[in-house]
Design a binder for this molecule. Sequence first.
Ligand code: A2P
Length: 338
Amino acid sequence: MKQLNIGILGATGAVGRQMLTVLQEQGFSPKDLRLFAGPRSAGSRLSAFGQEWTVEETDPARFQGLDLLLGAAENDIAKKYLPLAAEMGVQVVDNSSAFRLDPEVPLVIPEINPEDVKSAKGLIANPNCATIIALTAVGALHRYARIRRMIVSTYQAVSGAGKDGIDELLNQVTAMAEGTPLSQKVFQYPIAYNLIPQIGGFDELGYSSEEMKMQNEGRKMLHDDSLLVNCTCVRVPILRSHSESITLEFEKEITPEKARELLAEAPGVKLWDVPEEQKYPMPLLTSDQDLVYVGRIRRDLSAPKPLYDRSLSLFCCADQIRKGAATNAVQIAKLLFE
Ligand code: A2P
C-alpha cells in the first residue's frame, strides 16, 4: 500500500491506541503519523511502527497534508474537528455516532456494504460496535434468505465506555476484593459483579439510544427501511468482547445446516458451533482478535409453522475495541486507499 500521512483524533483512548496496532497489522506504513488528543495528553509518547510518537493537543492546522484521519474521540470532539478535516481534503473515518445517520455520510461494514464507500464526500462513519458485530454475524444469512426481523439481546463489555470504563471495572473488582469503598464515575451503578440494562438515554417508548442504533444503523447499511429490530442492550462486567443473542425471522426458508454452511465461508466470521464439544462463542475466547465468532445456531422453537422454517437463533461474540471499532475503521480506510 502507498505510504500515507495518517492522523488519529483521540489517539490516547482505548480505540485510538488499538487503531495504531491495527494499522500496522493491516499493512499501513505511514509517511507521517500525527496523534491528536486532549490537553491532558499533549506531550505524552505512544509507540507504533517501531518508533515513539509525541501526542499533540488537537489543532486543525495540523490536519493540513494528512491523507487519512481516523476519529476515535467522542461526539462533540468529532463534530468540532472532523468536518474541518474533510473540507481540507482529508479522508476521514469516524468512530463516533455524530455522523452515522447523516444521509450524506456512508456508514460501512466492509463485509456488508463495501460499495457504499464510493459515495463518500470526505467523511465515512464507523457503525456502533454492537451493530457491527451483529450484522457481520448475520450478513451471509441475510444475503441468502433476507432478514425481515431481528430480536437481539446484547451483553456489552465495559470497553464500550472507553478507557475509563475499563479502568472502572478493574478498580471496582480490586476494591471489592479488598473491601475498600468503590469509586464510580462512568456507569450509573457499580458494574463489578453486576449488569446494567441501560446504555444511553431512554426514548418515549422505553428503548435506550444504544438499542435504537441496531435498527437505525442496520436499516441504513442493509438499505432496507422495513427491517424490524427489537433490541435490549445490557452492560456486563466483561472487559472487551461483546456477546449477542440474536433471533432472526427471514423472508425465505433457511435451515440451521444451511446457515452453518454459509457462515463457514462468510468474511469476517468464524463459525464456532459444536455444542456437544462445548464449542460456542464466549467473550474471553474472542478477545483481542478481529473475527466475529458465531455459534449456538438453532431453530426458534417458539416460531409457529410456517414461520418456524424461516427462523433461527444464534449467539455471537467479538472484540468490541477491534472489530467493533478500530479494526472496522481501518478496514474502511483500506477500502479507500488500496
Ligand atoms: P485525552 O486522553 O487527552 O483525554 P476514550 O473514549 O477511551 O476515553 O478516549 C477518548 C479520546 O478522546 C482520548 O484520546 C482523549 O484524549 C481524546 N480527547 C479528549 N478531549 C479531546 C479534545 N479536546 N480533542 C481531541 N481529543 C480529545
